[in-house]
Design a protein around this ligand. Structure first.
Ligand SMILES: [Fe+2]
Length: 284
């Protein structure tokens, strides 16, 4: 049995206290899977998994007190090894509510909404809000906005291969392992009606590299899909963390340095999100 280790940690940014007015607060924040397994989806008509893909293995359970202590931190963590949860301020949430975005019901409607001036206006406000978190000279920019159907255990699609990735590591930057701490990270804002779920293994790529016993000289090589899959083959009972991101919240996560995906399995409405890739610090 693989026990949870302490590496990538979760931090609730202080403005999250605003959530205390919501009944949603009663819902747990985090669950752990029983490990990982080969990915499958028996529902006809859905985009299938890529060959060799992995997904979390059920059942999910809430972490023990000891596991929670390993997962959470009380201080803003470094951006390369921490996941921050941020709540958008009420004035920006009011703009999104007025735009009607959350009521969209199909990916096509979201695509059409993206072309409307009112969409540009609310996204400009979002960029303005995240500007102080940006550590590079380049201002934040919207890297993607989309609607995804509910009911998917893992949601990401590899557009090049035309299939669902399953648990994966991003490789937009293409940096070698030794430089992974310098990679971009990602903000993903939940603009839909339901909580959405960020899935991840709480280990950095360097942790995984060491657990696999790879050769030191390979730290100069880019991370590969084979290494991600080898980890899940060798450690099939290492748990996946499922982190709830409520409507109006965002996560900031080092998706180039961790195995992750998103899940829409528990959602009833369209998963509507906006993503920004850059160099973002996790704010207090
Ligand atoms: Fe990803």
């Amino acid at each position: 049995m693989s026990h949870l280790r302490r590496s990538i940690v979760i931090y609730r940014c202080q403005n999250l206290e605003l959530e205390t007015t919501e009944p949603d607060l009663q819902i747990p924040r985090v669950w752990l899977s029983s490990g990982t397994q080969s990915a499958f989806d028996n529902v006809p008509g859905r985009i299938q998994y890529c060959e060799g893909a992995f997904m979390p293995q059920e059942p999910w359970r809430e972490p023990t007190i000891e596991e929670s202590a390993l997962l959470w931190t009380q201080e803003p963590p470094p951006s390369y090894s921490g996941v921050g949860i941020v709540r958008l301020p009420s004035d920006i949430l009011a703009l999104f509510a007025a735009s009607g975005m959350a009521a969209l019901t199909t990916p096509l409607q979201v695509a059409e909404f993206k072309t409307e001036p009112k969409c540009r206006q609310v996204l400009d406000n979002l960029i303005e809000y995240f500007k102080p978190f940006c550590m590079s000279d380049a201002p934040p920019f919207i890297g993607g906005m989309g609607g995804r159907q509910s009911g998917l255990s893992t949601a990401t699609i590899d557009n090049k291969r035309g299939c669902r990735n399953g648990l994966h590591t991003d490789s937009w930057d293409g940096l070698p392992l030794v430089k992974k701490q310098e990679s971009t990270n990602r903000i993903c804002v939940n603009l839909g009606l339901d909580s959405r779920y960020f899935l991840f293994i709480n280990l950095t790529e360097m942790d995984i590299f060491e657990m696999l016993g790879c050769r030191d000289s390979d730290v100069n090589q880019p991370w590969t899909r084979q290494l991600t899959n080898e980890f899940m083959q060798r450690y099939p009972d290492y748990p996946v963390v499922k982190l709830r991101i409520a409507p109006g919240e965002a996560y900031i996560a080092p998706t180039e340095n961790m195995i992750h995906d998103a899940s829409t399995a528990q959602m009833k409405h369209l998963d509507i999100k906006v993503m920004m890739r850059g160099y973002y610090r996790i704010p207090l």
